[in-house]
Ligand binder design. Structure first.
Ligand code: FES
Ligand SMILES: [Fe+2]
Length: 396
């Protein structure tokens, strides 16, 4: 039995508009407003962009056998579960009997089995069907062919990635040289201390664009701007489907947190250089992960498009295990700080979403300093253009 074939929706965008985004930054125009508001565009993105490598979260959420997370991508639900050997595996979250969702919670832990709530078929942590009540005497029913349908899954630098297409280039190639930075911050060894989920009334790309620039910081984030100058830091470049750069902490700040940016007694992540201990690195891993590397913790946002103008955002904070285990560990200074900044960002993303749907609004121009906004949009535009070219080459 194989999964149902899926037909690819047409991408109804004008290639001339996309070509304007693909120009060098100084001459480029932003993605066309339709890309932010068209339901058909989001359907196409879910089918083509979000069926390649997508970050579901961090390894520590699925490191224990039976620990699971579920994530919804358009019509698909994917279940990632920690295996007996500590290696996570991903499956379509659909029972092989009558198709019920096997797991409804966004995260949790089972002991040894995943049991469908409908007629109690149960599956091992390796996806194999281990019990199927009332199926005795059914002709040619082979349990070994009725396990959960596996989805390609990989771990790169502590990020758990899935590829619903099964055909994307290796995850290591996708994350590319960003791996060096993730490894330097020991992301795979860190553990989660906090999580907040948000619903944002904005397109997923608008949220990623917002993350990729700080020109709005003096006006929108006075608390953040007090801890790092909005024009500080450097661009970071390297191979892979990501973009980003650093910002430098002001002299009296040691991290991003309330209480004037002090670490609340937390030591820096093990092995960081003095330069790293004075910086915060911000990276967007295409398409849906925003990774912020701080001297003493890492914050990860994952973006989950729901509608053209609606995105669920999961924000998680990761610390050294020894720091978490220490007496009186309290991450609330880091969490509260970013919760404030997150909400400020969602507000302006929502304002922009309201604006781009205005009829007659033409795409705007980039500031010459919006290097990473353009870099992110280019990753989108290149995929749009490849599909539009492909469609135009197909004989009518
Ligand atoms: S649908 Fe899952 S056991 Fe019947
Ligand atoms: Fe912001």
């Amino acid at each position: 039995m194989s999964p149902q074939p899926i037909s690819t929706p047409q991408l109804d965008l004008d290639p001339r508009d996309i070509a304007l985004t693909q120009r060098p930054l100084e001459r480029a125009t932003m993605l066309p407003p339709r890309a932010f508001v068209g339901a058909d565009v989001l359907d196409w993105e879910l089918d083509r962009i979000f069926r390649g490598w997508v970050c579901v979260g961090h390894l520590s959420s699925v490191a224990e056998p039976g620990a699971f997370v579920t994530r919804e991508l358009g019509p698909d639900s994917v279940l990632v579960v920690g295996g007996e050997n500590g290696r996570p595996r991903a499956f379509l979250n659909v029972c092989r009997h009558r198709g019920a969702r096997v797991v409804s919670e966004p995260e949790g832990r089972v002991r040894k089995r995943l049991q469908c709530p409908y007629h109690a078929w149960s599956y091992g942590l390796d996806g194999g069907l281990v019990a199927a009540p009332h199926m005795d005497g059914v002709e040619a029913f082979d349990r070994s062919c009725n396990g959960l349908l596996e989805v390609r899954c990989a771990v790169a630098g502590g990020l758990v990635m899935i590829d619903l297409s099964g055909e994307a280039p290796d995850a290591d190639e996708h994350v590319g040289e960003l791996l060096l930075h993730l490894d330097r911050y020991r992301l795979a060894s860190l553990e989660r201390a906090a999580k907040i989920s948000y619903r944002v009334e904005a397109n997923w790309k608008g949220i990623a664009e917002n993350y990729n620039e700080c020109l709005h910081c003096p006006g929108v984030h006075p608390e953040l701007n007090a801890l790092s100058d909005y024009r500080s830091g450097d661009e970071v470049i390297g191979a892979g489907a990501w973009c980003g750069g650093s910002m430098t902490l002001r002299e009296d700040a040691t991290t991003m947190a309330t209480r004037n940016g002090h670490t609340n007694g937390r030591p820096p992540i093990e092995g960081l250089s003095e330069h790293d201990a004075r910086s915060v690195l911000y990276f967007a891993v295409f398409p849906n992960a925003l990774v912020s590397l701080h001297p003493d913790y890492v914050m990860l946002h994952t973006l989950w498009p729901r509608e053209p103008g609606r995105t669920d955002v999961v924000c998680e904070w990761f610390f050294e295990p020894a720091t978490i285990a220490g007496d009186g560990f309290d991450p609330s200074d880091a969490v509260d700080f970013w919760d404030t900044v997150n909400r400020q960002d969602w507000h302006v993303c929502e304002l922009a979403q309201k604006g781009v749907r205005t009829r007659g609004y033409p795409a705007g121009r980039y500031s010459a300093e919006e290097v990473d906004v353009h870099a992110f949009d280019l990753m989108v535009a290149d995929r749009y253009m490849a599909a539009l070219r492909e469609a135009s080459e197909v004989p009518a």
